[in-house]
Design a protein around this ligand. Structure first.
Ligand SMILES: O=c1ccn([C@H]2C[C@H](O)[C@@H](CO)O2)c(=O)[nH]1
Ligand SMILES: [Zn+2]
Length: 169
């Protein structure tokens, strides 16, 4: 995919987005277009690494970052947020998804995930795979290493034979 694929936000509205970002502490999205270098996938991974710096993980000491790209070019980041009551901890991916959904964004193009582990790509846990699936089967998951190398899969690749709730009329 070309870097230009990211420029889905019409040029005339980008300044507006940027102004909106700078003028508001409430809104948490950033626009990828103003951070773009060579490839959007690498940019998304770099944003996930930035988010990893905010991880709150005193128990596992295992920081994770995520950066979620919407189909209209916005990025919502997340980090893991642990708790003394361990089952209340949140994964980075779910923090990013919940931030996006709570701001009105449900259409996603990709999510990048990162950790400090150098010898394997970080992969979303089973719970997060189901959460990602909630918002579509064919969007992209980028699982990275600190050196920016990554594995690219679709959501359904990571959760074959997925559970989908069929609601009876
Ligand atoms: O893909 C993953 C895997 C793990 N974690 C978090 C959960 C917990 O805080 C820590 C150790 O499992 O890493 C994530 O945020 N995302
Ligand atoms: Zn998870």
């Amino acid at each position: 995919m070309a870097a230009s694929d990211l420029c889905e936000v019409p040029t005339e509205s980008r300044g507006c987005e940027l102004k909106h970002k700078m003028s508001s502490l409430v809104h948490t999205e950033t626009s990828l277009s103003d951070k773009m270098t060579d490839s959007w996938e690498l940019d998304l991974i770099k944003l996930s690494q930035e988010a990893m710096g905010k991880a709150y993980c005193p128990y596992s000491k295992f920081p994770v970052g995520a950066a979620l790209l919407t189909t209209d070019g916005k990025v919502f980041t997340g980090c893991n947020v642990e708790n003394a009551c361990s089952n209340l901890g949140l994964c980075a991916e779910r923090v990013a998804v919940n931030k996006a959904v709570s701001e009105g964004y449900r259409n996603f193009k990709a999510i990048a995930v990162c950790s400090e582990v150098v010898d394997t790509y970080i992969t979303p846990c089973g719970g997060c795979r189901q959460v990602l699936l909630e918002f579509g089967q064919t969007w992209i998951v980028l699982m990275s290493k600190p050196d920016l190398s990554y594995e690219k899969r679709t959501v359904v690749d990571l959760i074959p034979m997925p559970f989908v709730l069929k609601i009876r009329d």
